[in-house]
Design a protein around this ligand. Structure first.
Ligand code: SF4
Length: 395
């Protein structure tokens, strides 16, 4: 196996900026970056060099040429939501709206059976914050799936757990403990967007605060659930606000790891999707939102370098397409995400260009091979289920 990316040589002349040179040397050596160093890298480092540094970091965390993927299905159990996020076109606020729904069991059964026939090992359940659903609905849904199907269940997000706290009066520890006992194995990190309350007050003022999002996740870590962390860029946030987000994740991960928990298993970022179906897309500031491929890749690389305590970083194919996702694998990512089979939240906000919102396992394998890596099917905890032997691995 040979490297297709020329290794960065620490101490090599990179710029006329001593602060940048120091930050590059630290990143190349794998030393933890300060916030000031991350800022200078974000603003000043040439894109290709940032990618090389992130690729080296990826190799330190995940040696070898494997790039993992997951076969799963997303199921959105309700689209009723009281939270009115400005970037969302998926929800219906009024439960009596003709398009409002809560999926009946027979529909869920058909979706899960179809997913299992296609080889899915995970079901991912997410929905709106529906005041008409009692707490028992969530526990019974998990319990019904776990007792009827052999599949890993990852479900909800910190803001849905907060909704359950609201309707039940129970603590986060009680809720997550009871969901785990019912068969839930993981809590995905959705709804983080940017963990900075100034940004949240502007784009999703009714949604869970940054502190509460972290608090739910730390309880999930102590409960033994697998978790992920996410980030959405392109709300018009500053680089400093992005670093606030990364600081919160890095500090929470330090606390969880020091306490002996597994912490976040992975980190995933993507650019905000919006169109005229969202209030953000109809606003007169719409041209200032979103992020293109260059900014996405810069963020992907910087996150790999700054989040030095999260092992797996995922490249996003749904938002910028498979070609940019392939580049993400050379900018620090070691995972290409999942098949999804259906996506109703980000897709309804509408990608700027027509995109696919599901992939077959074969398509994900081809994307990985074309990028020069070896595809490996994984489970939620990143255990390898199947390694695909391929020739001409170049990464
Ligand atoms: S993004 Fe989630 S919380 Fe926000 S309105 Fe949409 S469904 Fe509700």
């Amino acid at each position: 196996m040979s490297s297709s990316v020329a290794p960065y040589i620490p101490g090599s002349p990179a710029s006329a900026c001593p602060d940048l040179d120091r930050a590059i040397d630290k990143a190349a050596s794998g030393t933890r970056l300060s916030r000031a160093e991350a800022l200078v890298l974000y603003k000043e480092a040439p894109l290709a060099e940032l990618g090389q540094l992130a690729f080296l970091a990826r190799k330190r965390h995940n040696p070898g040429a494997n790039v993992t993927y997951l076969i799963d299905r997303n199921i959105n159990y309700t689209n009723v939501c009281n939270t009115d996020c400005s970037f969302c076109a998926f929800y219906r606020h009024d439960p009596k709206h003709p398009e409002a729904y809560v999926l009946p069991r027979e529909v869920m059964r058909a979706k899960i059976e179809e997913a299992l026939e296609l080889g899915a090992t995970r079901i991912l359940l997410q929905g709106g914050h529906n005041d008409e659903l009692p707490y028992s609905f969530y526990v019974e849904m998990i319990s019904w799936i776990s007792s009827n199907f052999k599949v890993e269940i990852n479900a909800f997000s910190p803001s849905e757990i907060q909704q359950m706290k609201k309707v039940s009066g129970k603590s986060y520890a009680e809720i997550l403990g009871e969901l785990k006992a019912a068969g839930m194995r993981g809590l995905p990190g959705g709804g983080a967007e940017i963990l900075d309350d100034q940004v949240r007050a502007r784009v999703s003022p009714k949604k869970i605060s940054a502190d509460e999002w972290i608090a739910v996740m730390e309880v999930a870590h102590s409960t033994g659930l697998t978790t992920t962390s996410t980030m959405v860029i392109g709300f018009g946030e500053t680089i400093e606000q992005r670093l606030n987000h990364l600081d919160r994740l890095r500090q929470a991960q330090d606390r969880s790891l020091q306490a002996g928990f597994k912490g976040f298993g992975a980190f995933i970022s993507w650019p905000l999707q919006f169109n005229e179906n969202t209030s953000i897309g109809r606003s007169r500031h719409a041209s200032g939102y979103g992020a293109g491929a260059t900014e996405y890749l810069r963020n992907v690389a910087l996150c790999r370098l700054y989040l030095d305590n999260i092992q797996h970083h995922q490249s996003s194919w749904p938002t910028l397409g498979p070609e940019v996702a392939q580049l993400g694998l050379h900018f620090g990512c070691d995972d290409i995400g999942s098949t999804m089979m259906e996506e109703n939240v980000v897709s309804q906000a509408g990608a700027p260009t027509a995109r696919k919102w599901c992939m077959s396992p074969e398509e994900l394998q081809a994307i990985i091979v074309q990028a020069g890596f070896t595809p490996a099917q994984r489970d939620t905890a990143y255990n390898i289920l199947r390694l695909h032997e391929v020739d001409n691995v170049s990464a």
